[in-house]
Design a protein around this ligand. Structure first.
Ligand code: FMN
Length: 178
């Protein structure tokens, strides 16, 4: 098992995939990591669609490429589509009172779990917020009333070296009060 701090350093967005199918068990393990993620009032406002089919994955990729974006997905074998479901009633009322979008926070946490579970299993991911929601719903027969919040590409990376992480400095993000 990888040390947590090594694992989070190993995770990076992959935009270069090998032509290699992903094992079904590994994808299910990623969803298990989402299933046990925390959420506001334990509302679990999510559903996941896993596409692990070569022909369909090519069609999913086309839904992610508006304005020439995300072209790399043509070579990605699998995708996970994250749908927002109605959260717990208490979480929704609380969110309205506190002016907070708890469902988005919950989905972000579950997605982080997913990407780290993938990394632990030797897989690589890229979270994508840029997709043609209407086209994707049409392709996957998802009800018009549903919201697709994220799409995650997942597969084996063709890159052999990790990139340097470009991040704000600790000084810029931390206020430490003692
Ligand atoms: C909500 C969200 C949406 C993103 N959308 C895209 C996207 O559509 N296409 C893409 O190539 N990367 C996308 N990314 C990946 C970010 O660009 C990436 O996480 C960031 O640059 C940091 O790099 P790293 O993931 O390699 O550490 C997205 C990331 C998040 C969290």
């Amino acid at each position: 098992m990888t040390d947590y701090f090594d694992l989070i350093k190993q995770r990076e967005s992959c935009r270069n995939y090998l032509d290699k199918q992903v094992e079904k068990e590994k994808l299910i393990a990623c969803i298990e990591a989402c299933r046990i993620a925390p959420s506001s009032c334990n509302g679990q406002p999510w559903k996941f669609i896993v596409v692990n089919n070569k022909e369909l994955s090519i069609k999913v990729a086309k839904c992610l490429q508006d304005l020439g974006m995300n072209k790399f997905t043509d070579k990605c074998p699998s995708f996970i589509i994250v749908l927002e479901e109605k959260g717990d009633i208490k979480a929704r009322i609380g969110g309205t009172i506190k002016n907070q979008d708890y469902s988005s926070i919950d989905i972000g946490i579950a997605t982080a779990h997913l990407c780290l579970a993938a990394t632990e299993q030797g897989l690589s991911t890229c979270i994508m917020g840029w997709f043609n929601e209407k086209k994707l719903k049409n392709l996957l027969d998802i009800a018009v009333s549903k919201r697709i919040r994220l799409v995650i590409s997942i597969g084996y990376s063709a890159d052999t070296k990790l990139r340097k992480k470009v991040r704000k400095s600790m000084d810029e993000i931390l206020q430490f009060i003692e």
